[in-house]
Design a protein around this ligand. Structure first.
Ligand SMILES: Nc1ncnc2c1ncn2[C@@H]1O[C@H](COP(=O)(O)OP(=O)(O)OP(=O)(O)O)[C@@H](O)[C@H]1O
Ligand SMILES: [Mg+2]
Length: 352
């Protein structure tokens, strides 16, 4: 809660008061009932429009803001119960933050900028320069250590921010719209790099964005926020295939479905019996859509989806070609067959 008498406002919310009524009283309920768990090694994305409460949520995760009510548990500790000194320790050693416009010190070299977090921790110069050099290399900036920030492009400056966060060796990275100010191509490049880094370093990342495509590229789990509340938490595929409400569905319209869907969400599960065993290529539940299309083009029948459960190969579904095409256009069921000669004629004409 921001504003006057926050505790009263919490009470009012509990009694059913809504956000607008509180605002009329001069209080902003920035984050309401937002409960979620981030597993170690996950990229957890929080997605929502401007003002939905994302940054406030993130600042509570590193203790920069104290929740009016509720708890933030990190690595066995309740951050809301730590003293200021303990909290500063956690923040400098275990949590790093990367902002949208990363403020670099203009009169310090790239290396000194990347080493800043370590300097704050009191790490000796030789050690911090070594670690910062490694972090710059991870962020794709090897060779730029001696440059000045104004010699770097916006994307590269953002990488220095990322390197600073990586250099401290924190387990948890909090990234608030870290790529939003970048050109689309550079942004995509940074997303790829983050995924690559994550594979290598196994950090836990909470990433804020207002772009669902970015959320779906990066997120193992995605929480969609609206007016301070989390309206859905799920994988990219959950959100695309099973949106919790019309609001979430409205976001998914511009998403490239072929990048998100897997065999599991397009297959027909009404199958019986064992694996067909005709020797044709098969898919698994996790086969990405593009690969599924390639398999479908190589077989004359529906693609068999075969998973290995307890060491045993089991047929879990089939994907007819119409399903593949229909699912790209958000078609759920199987299309009704059309025997009209006219339609057939058009098909021939189209082929001709
Ligand atoms: N320090 C503050 N004092 C008062 N109100 C605040 C403060 N910070 C945020 N708010 C309010 O809390 C609500 C949520 O803001 P927040 O910055 O968390 O949104 P956001 O989702 O990060 O938006 P954006 O995408 O624009 O960054 C907004 O209504 C905002 O006006
Ligand atoms: Mg914000």
């Amino acid at each position: 809660m921001f504003g006057r008498r926050p505790d009263d406002a919490v009470e009012k919310l509990r009694r059913g008061c809504d956000r607008e009524e509180l605002r009329a009283d001069g209080t902003t309920a920035a984050v309401i009932d937002a409960s979620f768990t981030v597993e170690p090694g996950q990229i957890f994305v929080v997605m929502g429009l401007s003002g939905s409460g994302k940054s406030t949520l993130l600042r509570m995760l590193n203790g920069l803001l104290e929740p009016t009510a509720g708890h933030v548990r990190f690595d066995g500790q309740d951050l809301t119960e730590l003293s200021d000194r303990e909290l500063r320790q956690v923040r400098s050693k275990k949590i790093s933050m990367v902002f949208q416009h990363f403020a670099l010190f203009p009169h310090r070299s790239v290396l000194e900028n990347a080493a800043y977090g370590l300097e704050v921790q009191g790490v000796p110069r030789a050690e911090r320069e070594k670690r910062a050099t490694e972090a710059l290399e991870l962020a794709g900036l090897a060779g730029w250590e001696k440059s000045w920030p104004d010699e770097l492009s916006g994307g590269m400056q953002q990488r220095v921010g990322l390197a600073r966060a990586l250099a401290t060796d924190a387990d948890l990275l909090l990234m608030d719209e870290s790529f939003s100010a970048l050109d689309p191509l550079i942004r995509r490049d940074m997303q790829d790099q983050l995924i690559e880094l994550q594979d290598k370093l196994k950090k836990t990342i909470v990433f804020i964005t207002h772009d669902l495509n970015e959320a779906m590229r990066l997120g193992d789990q995605i929480a969609v926020m609206r007016d301070g509340r989390i309206v859905q938490t799920g994988s990219a595929e959950d959100i695309l295939v099973r949106p919790a409400n019309d609001y979430v569905a409205s976001f998914t319209q511009d998403v490239d479905r072929s990048r998100v869907l897997t065999a599991a969400s397009v297959m027909d599960t009404d199958v019986r019996g064992d694996e067909a065993g005709c020797g044709c290529p098969t898919a698994t539940s996790g086969t990405p859509f593009g690969e599924l299309c390639a398999i479908s083009a190589r077989v004359s029948h529906p693609v068999a989806v075969v998973d290995t459960v307890n060491g045993e190969r089991r047929l879990v579904g089939v994907v007819p070609r119409q399903r593949l095409i229909g699912s790209l256009g958000d078609e759920q069921g199987d299309p009704a067959p059309c025997d009209s000669p006219r339609a057939g004629g058009e098909k021939v004409a189209a082929r001709a």
